[in-house]
Design a protein around this ligand. Structure first.
Ligand SMILES: [Zn+2]
Length: 565
């Protein structure tokens, strides 16, 4: 199985036909019956396949500049041309090659630990979870044997999203379970529909090569881009073994992986994150795959693993497909960290950060900021955001969402940023108000209820999402006005937030158990929610005049301190 030569990616064509293709066949029949989407048995595999194809095209077929990018968007290359480009690196994509195996360490032997194949898949319970019986949501023993395609995807997905897996099991280049934001072609214009293809969805996320500066070349056998090709861990293993001996003698030691910073690897290697040392075991027997259900003549049921692969922590990496936030870290100092999905999913309170970035605080994914700067046509693009919500090693949930992106004329950037910030701030405040007041309605004053009540906020954001995006677009359309978000519009927004929060309040408070109900408490909490939502604090935050008394004026005094008349 070679991931660049075999037909292994399931796709659907415009006429609904499904088939398997090799990566260079993405443009097959593009003028008559184009491939429009990837089909996968798991949502995380679909996200992984997009990243695999984007990384691949970025690596072997990066345009020199925007003009070439545009030519290839308008007139997609033939599969034959693409195959020629991919042949350059095909040697690195054999799943069971003699010397080189895709994203695997061929130096592992039976002396290393053998793991059931289920651990390759991120939603499977880790060893600790099994011991502690915490796998209520993620069922154990559901993945015991997989086909070649699912093993390849599991491997790529793990290396790309790798959570911390205990000591020495290192995380991906973006930490455990990063958020990914991709551009997707989305048009309703009749004459542009021919561009609604998988090729467009991939190519929109490929950047001109000048976006990847650095002094590092591809290296012998692409070792600085595809680091599993000839990189060996022998020296590092010797060093770590030595340290383990010292540890036995009671010394405090620190084991380590191969440090991989932006000074050590080529920029494209960011698409080929390789923190885990893994070697898949194959068996020649025909069985059904536990993931896709297809019959396979080769079955993979376990793998060998060894700790301390590539260590990307502190490497200064900025992945072009992820948004980042700025934070002070006790080890790394002030630096950028990739966003990771949170419980509740991808909700609009982060929209500004993910799409535009916020000066000095948030940075949107490079593909998105580049798209906005390049002035490519809006109204044809949407953002596909996805990722796991990880709780250390465990995946709590997989989230994905399509979110809008609006072009802003650069001269209005600051104006738009400030208005959207105030709108988001008011929504967050209203969400907090709701949470507090539902608790006030449920519990007696002074009670400290345990548990997580964030679902109330999440529900509030979900219920106000459509309206928010409409408002954000409307304001964008009126940015040339002196006041694109005037007092009337501000008040309307606050009233809208209030109405929606009352709906959720009523829903939850009324659904409470009668015996615990205290009517007076509910009435008080509800009326207090209204006065908070429409009160001075909210008004002030959004920039409305308030009833607030001005700070008590001191009676003016003359120079001598005597009261004037
Ligand atoms: Zn399968």
């Amino acid at each position: 199985m070679n991931l660049l030569k075999n037909k292994w990616i399931t796709v659907v064509r415009k006429n609904g036909e499904k088939e398997k293709i090799a990566p260079h066949e993405v443009t097959d029949q593009i003028d008559s019956n184009p491939i429009i989407e990837i089909i996968s048995p798991r949502p995380d595999f679909k996200g992984a396949l997009y990243q695999f194809l984007i990384g691949l095209y970025q690596t072997v077929y990066a345009p020199k500049n925007e003009n070439i990018w545009e030519d290839r968007f308008n007139t997609p290359p033939s599969p034959k041309d693409l195959k020629n480009e991919m042949d350059k690196v095909a040697f690195a994509f054999d799943l069971f090659g003699e010397q080189i195996r895709f994203m695997q360490d061929v130096s592992l032997t039976e002396k290393d630990s053998r793991t059931n194949i289920s651990s390759l898949f991120i939603d499977s319970p880790g060893e600790n979870t099994l011991k502690e019986n915490k796998d209520h949501f993620i069922k154990r023993n559901t993945i015991d044997k997989v086909c070649l395609e699912c093993a390849s995807l599991g491997l790529f997905t793990l290396q790309t999203n790798s959570p911390s897996g205990g000591q020495g099991h290192l995380t991906s280049i973006r930490g455990g379970g990063p958020l990914t934001t991709l551009l997707k072609y989305d048009t309703k214009n009749e004459e542009d529909l021919k561009y609604k293809t998988l090729w467009s969805d991939i190519w929109l996320n490929v950047l001109p090569e000048t976006n990847f500066n650095g002094n590092i070349g591809f290296g012998d056998q692409y070792k600085y881009v595809l680091p599993w090709t000839i990189t060996q861990f022998i020296e590092k293993d010797k060093y770590n073994d030595l340290k383990r001996e010292e540890k036995k003698k009671g010394k405090t030691v620190e084991l380590s992986g191969i440090i991989a910073t932006t000074q050590d690897l080529h920029g494209y290697s960011i698409y080929w994150s390789y923190p885990r040392r893994i070697l898949l075991n194959s068996n020649e027997r025909t069985e059904l795959c536990d993931i896709c259900g297809e019959k396979s003549k080769t079955i993979i049921d376990s793998y060998l693993a060894k700790t301390y692969g590539f260590d990307y922590g502190g490497g200064g990496w900025i992945h072009p497909l992820s948004p980042y936030y700025f934070k002070k870290d006790k080890d790394l100092g002030e630096t950028w960290f990739p966003y990771h999905p949170q419980p509740g999913g991808i909700i609009y309170n982060n929209w500004q950060a993910f799409i535009y970035g916020v000066n000095g605080k948030d940075k949107s994914a490079k593909v998105i900021s580049y798209f906005l700067e390049s002035g490519r046509k809006e109204g044809q693009t949407i953002v596909y955001a996805f990722g796991y919500d990880m709780d250390n090693m465990k995946a709590r949930c997989w989230y994905e969402s399509l979110i809008p992106i609006y072009h802003i004329e650069p001269k209005y950037n600051d104006k738009y940023e400030s208005i959207i910030s105030s709108i988001l701030q008011s929504a967050s405040q209203a969400a907090n108000n709701l949470q507090t007041k539902v608790k006030d309605a449920w519990f007696n004053e002074g009670a400290k209820p345990r548990g997580d009540f964030d679902y109330l906020k999440i529900e509030f954001f979900k219920s106000t999402e459509v309206k928010f995006y409409e408002l954000a677009k409307l304001i964008r359309d009126y940015l040339d006005r002196v006041d694109p978000f005037d007092d009337q519009a501000k008040m309307d927004w606050l009233k809208y937030l209030n109405t929606e929060s009352l709906k959720i309040f009523d829903l939850y408070v009324e659904s409470g158990s009668i015996e615990f109900e205290n009517i007076q408490r509910i009435v008080n909490a509800r009326s207090s929610l209204i006065s908070w939502n429409l009160g001075d604090k909210m008004k002030k935050n959004i920039g409305l005049p308030t009833q607030e008394k001005p700070i008590a004026k001191k009676k003016s005094t003359n120079k001598k301190g005597e009261k004037t008349k």
